[in-house]
Ligand binder design. Sequence first.
Ligand code: ATP
Ligand code: MG
Length: 360
Amino acid sequence: MKNILTGDRPTGRLHIGHYVGSLKRRVELQNKAEYDHFFIEIADAQALTDNYDNPKKIRENVMEVALDYLACGIDPSKVTIFIQSEIPALCELTFYYMNLVSLARLERNPTVKEELKLRKFEGGSIPTGFLTYPISQAADITGFDATIIPVGEDQLPMIEQTREIVRSFNHIYGATLVEPKAILPKNESCQRLPGTDGLAKMSKSLGNCIYLADEPETIRQKVMGMYTDPNHLRIEDPGQVEGNTVFTYLDAFCKEEDFVNYLPEYKNLDELKEHYRRGGLGDVKLKKFLNEILQAKLKPIRERRKELEAHIEDVYAVLKEGTIAANQYCDMVLKRVKEAMGIDYFTNDALLKVQQEKGQ
Ligand code: ATP
Ligand code: MG
C-alpha cells in the first residue's frame, strides 16, 4: 500500500516556506507518483493546542489554507482535503497511543523544545495538549495508513515519534499499523526556509513570512527589507553568502532562465555568489533580482486564489466532501486498531462467549 498524508496548521495563510518545503512536492506527487490514497489535513485541532484562546483565528484560517492549496494547484479530484477536528476517530487513536509514549520522550522532542522557546506560554505553563501533539500527529499519520509524508525538515522528529509508536503498537498488539517515511525537498535550502528576518525558520507564528497571497507591493517591500550580511556595508566590501537569507531564497527559487530574463550579465547563481564574495555587488541589485523571481512565481498563484475566492462555496464543498471520505477511511483504521487491542466488544460476541464459557 502507498498512501500519502501531509497537512498544515491553520494558524495563518500559507507562505513561500510551505511552498518550497511541501506544497510544490505535493503537486508533483499528485500528478506523477503512484499512490492509493492522498490525504491533506488541515490540522485545526493541533493548531488549537497553542491557540486555544483564539479559536476564531483558527476557524478563519481553515478556509484561507484551503484556498492556498487549490491556488497552488492541489487537485481535489486526486487529493482528499479534510479538517482534522471533524474526524473523531483521530481522538480515539491518540488516546490509545498515549499509553505507548513516556512523558520524558515527549519532553525530548527537538521540534517541541524549539517551539516551546518561541511560543512562550503564559506563566510558563505548557498545555498538556501542546506537549502531546506529536502523539496526535501520529494518529493523523497512522489513521490514514500513510507511508509517505512530504514535509519540511522540522517535521522529522514527529515522523520518528510516529514510527516508534507504530513499532511499539505492532509489538504489543500484533501487526496493525504501517510505518511512515518522510520525504524532504531535495534542495537543502527548501527544507527549512528562513524568515525574511534571517531567523532560522519562516513561520506563520513569527510574522517573518512572505505569504502566497501577498500583493506585489507587499512582496517588494518584504524583499527589500530582508536580512543579508550585516557586515556588507559598502558595495565594494566582500560579502558573505552563507547564512545570507537573500542567497538562501535564491538557492530555493532561482532557475538559470531567471538570469536570462532578469539579470543577463550573470550566467548562473555560482557566478553571482562569486561576485558577491569578491565584493562589488550591492544588496539592492540582489534583492531586485529576487523580487522579480518571486513576483513571477507568486502572480499566477495569487490570481488563481482570487478566482477561487469568488466561488468560495465550491471550496467549502471540497472540504465537506473530503472530510466525509476521510472519516470513512479513518473509521476503518480505528476498527482495525480496536480489534487488535481486543476492545471491540460489540463487533462480535467474543466478550459474551468468554463469560458464558466461564459459567459452564
Ligand atoms: P506555525 O508557526 O503555526 O507552526 P508553520 O509556518 O510552521 O506554522 P506548519 O503548518 O506548522 O507551518 O507546517 C506545515 C508544513 O510546512 C510542514 O510540513 C512544515 O515542515 C512545512 N514548513 C513550514 N514552514 C517551513 C519553512 N520555513 N521551510 C520549509 N518547510 C516549512
Ligand atoms: Mg509549524
